[in-house]
Design a protein. Structure first.
Length: 177
């Protein structure tokens, strides 16, 4: 029987027979407005983990398990209000050598000072990266649309061919009579 539930992500209230159900590893059912919302949430989570790991390992040369300064996590979260984690990742990748250079040569006396400096580098670079990313995404979307159009055209051609062969059969039947 359907029960009331609310979306784990956006807290919208709904019903268990309509909402998208995911059973977690403890066997507990969790509900989401739609599969799309759930998928994009999980993708985002994955992208965030990827980014954080990249910063820890590739930028800071941290050992496994060593934590990133919380102030940096906070600043990244603020960036993510507008920029996708993918964009922030690309930006860190692009600025990596620059950031590493300053960490080694600037002699920061506090983590706060270091993070502020890193974020200045990121912020001065991120719109260029964002524009490139946006362009790439639009090209991908265009390609997807083209593929879809092609698929539809193929389908229509197939239907036409089937119809044609049916007509021929009809014709033959009449001739036979
Ligand atoms: Zn929702």
């Amino acid at each position: 029987m359907a029960r009331k539930c609310s979306c784990q992500i956006c807290k919208t209230k709904g019903s268990t027979d309509v909402f998208y159900k995911v059973t977690d590893d403890k066997g507990k059912n969790k509900y989401y407005c739609s599969k799309e919302e759930y998928d994009s949430f999980m993708k985002d989570k994955e992208n965030r983990e990827y980014l954080i790991k990249y910063i820890a390992v590739d930028v800071f040369n941290y050992s496994e398990g060593q934590i990133i300064p919380p102030i940096l996590l906070k600043r990244i979260k603020e960036l993510n209000v507008f920029y996708d984690y993918e964009v922030i990742y690309e930006c860190f990748k692009d600025s990596k050598d620059n950031i590493k250079y300053w960490i080694e040569n600037k002699g920061f006396s506090s983590e706060y000072g270091m993070v502020s400096y890193i974020m200045k580098i990121i912020e001065s670079n991120i719109n260029d990266i964002y524009n490139k990313w946006k362009y790439k995404k639009s090209q991908e979307q265009k390609k997807k649309n083209n593929d879809l159009n092609l698929e539809i055209i193929n389908e229509i051609t197939e239907i036409k061919q089937v119809k044609k062969s049916n007509n021929i059969l009809d014709f033959l039947d009449e001739e036979d009579v």
